[in-house]
Design a binder for this molecule. Sequence first.
Ligand code: CTP
Length: 399
Amino acid sequence: MEEVTLELSSLLFSPLINKAKEVAARFNFPLYLVGGPLRDILLKREVKDIDLVIDGDIFLFAKELAKSLNGKVVFYPQFLTAKIEGEGMVIDLARTRSEIYERPAQLPKVSPARIEDDLRRRDFTINAIAYDLRKREFFDPFNGKEDLKRGMIRVLHPRSFIDDPTRILRGIRFAKRFGFRMEKDTRRWLEEAIKSSYLSLLSGERFLQELRLVMKEKNWLAMIKEINRLGIFKAYFGKNLPRRIVKSLSRIRKGRDVNPDSSLFYLLASFPTAKLPLNREEKREIISFQKIPLLKKRLARIKRPSTIYQLLKDLSTSALGLIKELVSKESRKKIEEFLKRSKEVKTILTGKELKKLGIKPEVKYGEFLTKILYQRLDGKIKTKEEELGYLRKLLKRYG
Ligand code: CTP
């Protein structure tokens, strides 16, 4: 009898797994727990979602299981996978399948297969372990459990990084997340795949997605340093991450409340990002990060709240959350004060009121109110009467 950890045995008797076993038994489908969740149970780490694979009709199985769990099911027929969502749970389901990589770095063609083939298509031995839920035994043809014990990242075959270069980043992520070493051949194949042009064949979407996953990790800085050291940025963007950026990333790490996406955009600001599918907001954030040296200099010089407001007003809160980690203590205070006051300080007069007063021209309202706001920020105006007095002055100036 195989040894089963406490965590695994408690999962095996969970109502959810029992239901899955029941449904699988009804159709006589082999059912396995696989991939990340099984790995995390064996490592005694927290398990987020459940990954189940079934050797049988995935659509039939998913529909029946969702029914018995009162969950909602979504199918992804091209991948032979499904997702069941219910109260506080997500189950990823897949049909046991094999993959054929017709061209390097492109998504593979999948077709139904047995569990052996399903495990063979996977990235690392530690992610290629299955637990047969009906027979209650492990199926571990690549000795993934042994590698988990030894703390080893190992691919299943020499072409793994060529077929799927996202595995280069995944390998680094798992190694740094778990404090594992990379097995010698694996390390060599990984370095060879970086040196050859395979990495640059990867779509911007997939590369960006992997970077987002890296930035969400607790140990992201060590991962980014390793990615840089191995020349992955150079292979993909044509240059390494500048040393001063690596240095300032180390400062962000110590800072609190920094949005992982902002740290990513800060890093991407050093690279040509045309290949990456970024939305308008994200592109704007990257451009603002490219101007940080200038912003730092100006912020150090200015004191007046309204001037600080003008300098910072177009930056998002999350961009400012990052920038304040990179500037001097005094500048940081200015940003914090800005973040606090920009929410609090408002003019009493509104566009509606200006209209009621019959002020002309209406197109100038925005400008008038902004000017009044600056006066208020600088403490020169406090009451509504003072706002009106200042407005009169402005109107005179505009004739
Ligand atoms: N997988 C793979 N090659 C990839 C991506 C995924 O072989 N490029 C396989 C692995 O067996 C992995 C499983 O699909 O365990 C699920 O993928 P994913 O959810 O991305 O990985 P997890 O191992 O669950 O990683 P994480 O802990 O980061 O969620």
